[in-house]
Design a protein around this ligand. Structure first.
Ligand code: NAD
Ligand code: ADE
Length: 498
């Protein structure tokens, strides 16, 4: 069943005056119970959730450990993270721990509609479907951030930082307006930034103090991914952070598992489901050799591909070389690659001019968080003719007749063309998310960027060993003393890199 529509012109943002604590406030959004593609998919979604729960031992044991104490009771929690089956299990864990949850996806293509329907069916407000427009996407983020009575969240689970960004942008606009009595000129030509600028102006017209009203109630955000953490680090350095932040990505049990082993399987899944191409024997150019790049390169090698890596960091470049990959500049291999994968978290990695120089039938995709790794807007505005083979699979023909294929419109290929990482590895990531939320709720720490303590990182790993029949060796006291650790850990210094 389709529920009430959010229009792409943001027309659901209606002015509604409510009384709160004796003060009149304008509600910035008409609160919908949910907005998903098709509620009839909920049964399928529930089957997938049931199956995946068995593959998520970390999350399920945290549920068991904490549910009776209800540590998140009384907390309003907003999530902005790919609305997949695995995320459904995270949502149900946070609810079991007592939180009042609202959710949106963090990418326009990454929602599994059946998972979203299953969550909506339980009465949890979820705003996500596969194939949102940018306007719908940001409208969904605003819905997830707006609780009854025009309240905001106390806690945020973010992936890539978009929920955090909307709050900070809205807050900045209010500051500017209060100082100047008008809005700053919109100078950006970036389509997505334009959508955000328009949305925060619309919110401002409905309630000129909305973000200042909600920020004091926000305890903090736990951030899932490398790119979102990079944004937070910049904000902290510029002293712009309005609430505490927890770096989930840099737990060893997140970045050394999800980014690496997750992408090692889900990259190929995305490529295969969209293109069905034979990988063996092909030349694959992997741009970036960080955690994600390492997983992608290894995956492609295991399929029998010749893998070429591009890197800017000499340490990562040397690692790639010593794994036996060729390390080259992109320019020098544009005519060699059958497949190009960007994994950098950086922008303009593959430019329009690069794409013109690729061999005929080259496949281009990105697995980094944002789509600006590939110059997709420039490609769409260029003289190349675009044909959609199927959703998230496009062919471009250049005037000279050469053709290239672009997957997921340059957005993360594993979530746009497939269903992201498998459940087991997401259990390690999401166990970190739950521990981060428990920390924020309990400690209400001062505004800073935090990391998970090593003991808990090790605990997350421990929760997953039995599932893989792995038996841990226990140190003797004598051995522990000899290497200077406690028998029960932690076993490594904070700086250890794994
Ligand atoms: P990372 O920092 O470990 O690795 C990125 C690498 O790219 C670095 O080694 C850096 O030196 C290199 N790099 C930067 N600019 C470059 C350039 N111009 N050319 C070549 N190399 C360049 O980050 P990561 O953890 O590997 O994450 C990479 C991206 O993937 C981020 O955007 C992250 O948020 C995202 N991510 C996606 C998924 C997914 O499921 N799709 C999962 C985890 C992380
Ligand atoms: N990121 C990568 N894979 C994912 C998944 N299956 N669910 C949520 N986020 C993800």
């Amino acid at each position: 069943m389709r529920v009430a529509n959010l229009n792409s012109d943001n027309s659901v943002i209606i002015k509604k005056v409510i009384k709160n604590a004796g003060e009149s406030m304008n509600n910035v959004v008409e609160i919908l119970p949910n907005k998903v593609k098709d509620m009839s998919l909920s049964k399928l979604g529930r089957y997938q959730i049931d199956i995946s729960e068995k593959e998520m031992p970390g999350l399920m044991s945290l549920r068991k450990q904490h549910a009776d104490k209800q540590p998140l009771a009384g907390f309003r929690l907003t999530g902005s993270l790919h609305m997949t089956t695995e995320t459904a299990i995270l949502i149900e864990t946070l609810k079991d721990l007592g939180a009042d949850v609202r959710w949106a996806s963090c990418n326009i293509f990454s929602t599994q509609d059946e998972a979203a329907a299953a969550i909506a069916k339980t009465g949890t407000p979820v705003y996500a479907w596969k194939g949102e427009t940018l306007e719908e996407y940001w409208e969904c983020t605003l819905q997830a951030l707006t609780f009854d009575g025009n309240l905001g969240p106390n806690l945020i689970v973010d992936d890539g930082g978009d929920a955090t960004l909307l709050i900070h942008k809205g807050y900045e606009l209010e500051n500017y307006f209060n100082e100047h009595g008008n809005y700053p000129e919109i100078t950006t030509t970036n389509p997505e930034e334009l959508v955000v600028e328009k949305l925060i102006r619309k919110v401002h017209k409905l309630n000129g103090n909305h973000w200042h009203n909600i920020v004091p109630d926000i305890i903090g955000v736990s951030e899932e991914t490398t790119t979102g953490v990079a944004r937070l680090v910049q904000m902290e350095q510029e002293k712009k952070l309005l609430f505490s932040a927890f770096n989930v990505n840099d737990s060893a049990t997140k970045s050394k598992f999800d980014n690496l082993y997750g992408c090692r399987e889900s990259l190929a899944d995305g490529i295969k489901r969209s293109t069905e191409v034979m990988l063996a024997g092909k030349t694959v150019v992997v741009c970036g050799y960080g955690d994600v790049g390492k997983g992608c390169a290894q995956s492609m090698k295991s399929y029998g591909c010749k893998v070429i890596v591009t890197e800017i960091d000499p340490i990562c470049a040397l690692q790639a070389a010593m794994e036996g990959y060729e390390v080259k500049t992109l320019e020098s291999v544009l005519d060699k690659g059958h497949l190009f994968v960007t994994t950098t978290g950086n922008k303009d990695i593959i430019t329009l001019e690069d794409m013109r120089k690729m061999r005929d039938q080259a496949i281009v995709c990105n697995i980094g968080h944002f789509d600006n790794e590939i110059q997709v807007d420039a490609l769409n505005d260029s003289d190349a003719k675009r044909e959609q083979i199927k959703p998230q699979y496009d062919r471009y023909t250049f005037p000279d007749g050469k053709q290239i294929f672009l997957l997921a419109e340059g957005r993360l290929v594993n979530l746009g063309c497939a269903t992201g990482h498998a459940s087991f590895v997401m259990s390690t990531s999401f166990a970190n998310q739950v521990l981060a939320q428990l920390f924020l709720a309990k400690e209400k720490p001062e505004v800073k960027l935090y990391n998970l303590p090593k003991e808990l990182d090790e605990e997350v790993a421990r929760l997953h060993l039995k599932h893989l029949d792995a038996d841990l060796t226990v140190l003797t006291k004598d051995q522990a003393d000899y290497i200077g650790v406690k028998v029960e850990g932690p076993f490594k210094k904070d700086e250890y890199r794994y």
